[in-house]
Design a protein around this ligand. Sequence first.
Ligand SMILES: NC(=O)c1ccc[n+]([C@@H]2O[C@H](COP(=O)([O-])OP(=O)(O)OC[C@H]3O[C@@H](n4cnc5c(N)ncnc54)[C@H](O)[C@@H]3O)[C@@H](O)[C@H]2O)c1
Length: 442
Amino acid sequence: MNISVIGTGYVGLVVGACLAETGNDVVCADVVASKIEGLKKNILPIYEPGLEDLVERNQDDGRLSFTTDIAAAIASADVLFIAVGTPPDEDGSADLQHVLAVAREVGKHMTREMVIVTKSTVPVGTAGKVAAEVRKDAKHPFHMCSNPEFLKEGAAVDDFMKPDRVVLGVDSEFARRMMSEIYAPFVRTGNPIIFMDIASAEMTKYAANAMLATRISFMNEIANLCERVGANVDLVRKGIGSDTRIGPSFLFPGPGYGGSCFPKDVKALLKTSQDYGVPLNVLNAVEEANEHQKRRLFEKLEAALNGKLRGSHIALWGLAFKPNTDDMREAPALTLIDGLLAAGATVVAHDPAAMPECRRRLGDRIRYADTNYDALDGADALVIVTDWNEYRHPDFNRMKQALRRPVIIDGRNLYNPDRLRSLGFVYDSIGRMPLAESVAKA
Ligand SMILES: NC(=O)c1ccc[n+]([C@@H]2O[C@H](COP(=O)([O-])OP(=O)(O)OC[C@H]3O[C@@H](n4cnc5c(N)ncnc54)[C@H](O)[C@@H]3O)[C@@H](O)[C@H]2O)c1
């Protein structure tokens, strides 16, 4: 099948490469020429495990190509995926300008009956808006499909290849048949394709992200309470996660959720609820709790250094909003860095993948270390922001020697508090023994 994907970001590139991998002829198009030039040489604009191999193999085999010629990509497509960005507008709603810009081109350049798939996360009613734009110039019949994407950055290829489920909102039998064919290779082990109407598919994506964000904010608040009452959130998490009605995923407390999806999708759903006059009280609280949580690491650090941040030198391990990605959109590390610099501290950071992205955003406002140990040299404290695997079992003696003061604020609960304290660290984490006790024991 001839498939085109418009937008080659985290989603579009994964979708294009994976659909080429199952034998389709895929054209990926983007307006950013430098991105396309790089991709033609198998240079990826993003870090995503396994993606480079997939792009290289399918490009070499001639099933995957890259272009800036959006018109040509549309002209060759039986099925067109729109995977452009939908960033938050000023009022929190999803900004549809890129999606609708693509839609206007589709009508002008289509050469055959086709299925137009909204892969971007878009509010209910967007497929209708896309169809209205296409209809203005369309000379061939077309069908709409809402196919929200549930991949996780850092495991995107795996998630696309082995989805828990595929959600397809369709408006015709033609769309249903074409989309079934495309997804058949990915659901061979019985994971379901769930067909529904388009509005329900559009809503499903927001409801899924809102639920996941809710679990995170809920656990963050429970963790904060655990600290006060002397409970250990790690044990509480296991205690509730083993209940099959609750399940163990997405119960890890931390420095607040970030990334390109949860913050903006929560905002967009709240805007929809306002537009329709239907309150989403729980979700309002989820967002508020997250804003608070993103300041927790700063507060903990300030407490550990007795309020003396001015003139201090702070090491950060982890910049990306989660491990295995270089994505720093809405990353808690950015909130922390802003706070530290405003308080008069200097910052040195290490991240296995996100340092180029951080440099692009912050330039030389902070320093970057070649290794995680280098970051510790002369630092007054270490703050762990992202739970990269390589931070899980470090050489604590080496850390203690490098740090000017043995202070660790662990935003991901990577270490055993008793062990750290017995090694002489002042150690604070999320939802476990409060700092005062740690200082007393150290
Ligand atoms: N990143 C994720 O984990 C994830 C997961 C599920 C869904 N989504 C959704 O998928 C969509 C894309 O997200 P992303 O993270 O891939 O975004 P991204 O910003 O990484 O990529 C978007 C791409 O679209 C391109 N683009 C913008 N306007 C264009 C146009 N008119 N023609 C061609 N290309 C254009 C941009 O240059 C960019 O390369 C968003 O709606 C997002 O909410 C993202």
